[in-house]
Design a protein around this ligand. Sequence first.
Ligand SMILES: Nc1ncnc2c1ncn2[C@@H]1O[C@H](COP(=O)(O)OP(=O)(O)O)[C@@H](O)[C@H]1O
Ligand SMILES: [Mg+2]
Length: 331
Amino acid sequence: MTTPVLEARDVTMRFGGLTAVRSVDFTVNSGEIVGLIGPNGAGKTTFFNCLTGLYVPTEGTVAYQGRVLPPKPHLVTQAGIARTFQNIRLFANMTVLENVLVGRHTRTKEGLWSALLRGPGFRKAEKESEAKAMELLEFVGLAAKRDHLARNLPYGEQRKLEIARALASEPGLLLLDEPTAGMNPQETRATEELVFAIRDKGVAVLVIEHDMRFIFNLCDRVAVLVQGEKLVEGTSEVVQADERVVAAYLGEPFEGDPGEAEAAEVEAAEAAAASESDTAAPSETGTAAASESDTATPSETESETAVAESTGDPEDTTDAESTGTTEGEAQ
Ligand SMILES: Nc1ncnc2c1ncn2[C@@H]1O[C@H](COP(=O)(O)OP(=O)(O)O)[C@@H](O)[C@H]1O
Ligand SMILES: [Mg+2]
């Protein structure tokens, strides 16, 4: 028997006159990988923000394992839902290991302040936390970089680190918002393997992606959001064959050669960076595409830009300074 891990009922989110999400019912069962797709501006990220308590839905409820969630990010994380962000959010000046340790604070008795102040009861917990964090870094393939600053990691590794940090809160459900945006094809394939491995650990996964090959390979079920409404939902085969879905994506390749898929990925990443970032300088919008290149060594400025991008995110309600302090909570 399948148990719903997540049950969203009749979720609507309005911003003034704009209805970004309209009466969406949505279920994720345990053991499932579910995809959420739809054109840019369809309301996917807004829906994620409703699920994780960043937004209080105008209408509707979200339940995790049968219990309705209070719309507060830290309570949602505590309940067992973790997420990553479309525009990477890391503590840029902390090390890789420290970023994961921050992700664990909801699961340690000592809490964040004790961790930061290194109180007396902290040492034992610290050892355990570090062992767990290292396990996660092994799992995502970043153990060797534990002492590197997050901002110096190439783009693809920053995305992996975000996943490790999300997993550190020991979630039962992981939400991934465009985890392969800006990745090259090899990195995308590795991410696919990583998501399967996460599911095999017993964590249900809900993933937003533009890369159709990625989605249809990966997902047990796919839902299509168009203009805030759920248009179609079903297995990859059913969704792929649905004419309304094809129409909604007119011009975007579904199958075809890797070259096309790759081009669509770059386009999607660029479009996302451009549309999500009000304040983006022209150089910033090129970041995802720049790190796409195999030969490009990720220069410091480039990685910094990737991190800095997060401050232009409309879902980011904080300024550049305070992002660092609220971020743990937003997880
Ligand atoms: N905080 C916000 N305030 C006002 N409008 C928003 C806000 N966040 C998103 N929107 C709008 O909601 C719609 C859906 O956006 P979004 O959820 O980011 O789409 P997607 O993730 O599918 O590309 C867009 O029209 C966007 O401009
Ligand atoms: Mg989005």
